[in-house]
Design a protein around this ligand. Structure first.
Ligand SMILES: Cc1ncc(COP(=O)(O)O)c(C=O)c1O
Length: 458
């Protein structure tokens, strides 16, 4: 036997994964002659052949050249229709071009796209955010990255402390100070950072998620301005909080005079008020980006009464000058129009009830396939966000999640699913249910997953 036959990844022989990868890559090309002719060798004029380098991180031989997307279906220029469970990695979690958002954009499109002034839609949004997310004061930015950056600045300003704390495996966008990992148990800059010469561990502490003792020890020095976390680690496979973890996190941060920033950008899959509302979390700072304006770039960040008072006090005595927060196109009237329509008409209880029901079905369907196929894999879910992981679970922290990744196997599965009419997220095995997703689409995904599992285990 050749040695490659004996290597097992996620319970599957490497040779079988390679065979799946090659046959599926060939099938992908065969179904897309026009796309391959237009961008098979990259798009002229763009560095690396794409307008944004993540587009080459998809495991397909070349990016899917999209003709259009509607609801939960995406179509390429070769006429291939895909059931879209990636949904722009959450930007389109509420469906592609939700009709109320499309109408609002059309209405606003002839009335100016950016003014650095409020429009009448803005008058409605402040109280919508207060009611929905429970915090009294809000700002609008353009990306979740920026919202996190600005919220962290406020945390440092009001506490007078420089350090922040993150959990291993976290992702909060391109926020420099969160780009820290535990490497062999020791804090280090996240491997792969380009052009980063600073030692980010100087101002960022890092511990494992669900490790209450390590968290308590890291906060005990009283030098951490803010803990920033997702309520569930969704960017590290999917790591759920253990019972009592969020209570301990809140108790320990309060005791240490450390603020708590909850980043709901992905966990808004839980319900209309996010994980925070459903589980009664009490953050000092709150961030939500991606789908909050139905796919139009926008984010929100909010703060408690106490943080707002302290920030007011801080601003009264700080030296005059630019705060370092805010960007020119933020809080523009297109964002207001799209966000208002999203909050009022799209992110409804009924929409979430539908999403949750189908996500449960998807979870059960995938789990049944895994069990039937005797694969050592598992499924995790937070509301409408489902993830299959090619390793046993549940996972307890980012370190375990790192070890559970099986990039070659996952890449082969992704392309095989595309060839069976299903698109899932590129960087890990994430699937989202939107209000527009149908029961038939979930059935097709489960059937495609079963067919791929059968190929792998035959
Ligand atoms: C939890 C979380 N926060 C923030 C971000 C950053 O979002 P954006 O890239 O839109 O700035 C992401 C992106 O994946 C995320 O997963």
């Amino acid at each position: 036997m050749h040695s490659i036959d004996r290597i097992s990844i996620g319970g599957i022989a490497a040779a079988r994964i390679a065979e799946l990868r090659d046959t599926e890559a060939a099938a992908f090309r065969k179904a897309r002659p026009k796309s391959e002719a237009k961008l098979g060798n990259g798009i002229a004029g763009f560095l690396g052949g794409v307008p944004m380098h993540w587009m080459t991180d998809w495991p397909t031989p070349f990016p899917i050249l999209v003709d259009g997307a509607k609801g939960a279906t995406i179509t390429d220029i070769d006429g291939n229709r895909l059931d879209d469970f990636c949904l722009g990695d959450t930007g389109s979690m509420l469906g592609h071009s939700p009709p109320p958002v499309a109408r609002a954009i059309r209405r606003q499109s002839g009335r100016g796209l950016t003014y650095m002034l409020p429009s009448e839609d803005a008058l409605a949004i402040g109280s919508l955010l207060q009611q929905r997310f429970g915090l009294p004061y809000w700002q609008i930015a353009t990306t979740a990255t920026d919202a996190n950056r600005f919220a962290l600045r406020v945390a440092r300003a009001v506490t007078g402390r420089e350090k922040i704390l993150v959990f291993n495996g976290c992702y909060h966008g391109a926020v420099d100070e969160t780009m820290v990992r535990l490497v062999d148990g020791r804090p280090a800059n996240r491997p792969g950072l380009a052009g980063e010469f600073r030692d980010l561990t100087r101002a960022t502490k890092i511990v494992e998620f669900n490790d209450i003792a390590a968290l308590g020890a890291a906060l005990a020095d009283g030098d951490v301005a803010c803990v920033i976390t997702e309520p569930v680690l969704t960017n590290s496979c999917m790591v759920l909080p253990e019972p009592g973890f969020h209570d301990a996190l809140r108790r320990l941060t309060r005791a240490a005079g450390t603020l708590l920033l909850i980043d709901e950008t992905h966990t808004i899959s839980t319900g209309p008020g996010g994980y925070t509302s459903k589980h009664g979390l009490e953050p000092d700072l709150f961030v939500l980006g991606k789908p909050v304006a139905g796919g139009v770039p926008a984010s929100i960040w909010g703060m408690s009464e106490e943080v707002a008072t302290r920030y007011g006090d801080y601003n009264r005595v700080k030296e005059p000058g630019y705060s370092g927060m805010g960007t020119t196109l933020s809080a523009n009237p297109l964002q207001f129009a799209a966000m208002r329509a999203t909050l009022e008409e799209v992110m409804t209880e009924e929409a979430y009830a539908h999403m949750d029901r189908l996500a449960r079905r998807l979870d059960a369907g995938l789990t049944a396939v895994i069990q039937r196929s005797k694969l050592p894999w598992h499924v995790a879910r937070v509301g409408a966000r489902v993830e299959f992981i090619c390793a046993p679970g549940p996972l307890n922290n980012g370190g375990e999640a790192e070890k559970a990744r099986a990039p070659e196997l996952e890449a082969a599965i992704h392309v095989a699913l595309v060839n069976r009419g299903v698109l899932i997220a590129p960087f890990h095995n994430m699937m989202l249910i939107s209000p527009a997703t149908t029961s038939a689409q979930v059935s097709r995904l489960v059937a495609a997953f079963a067919a791929v599992a059968a190929r792998l285990t035959a």
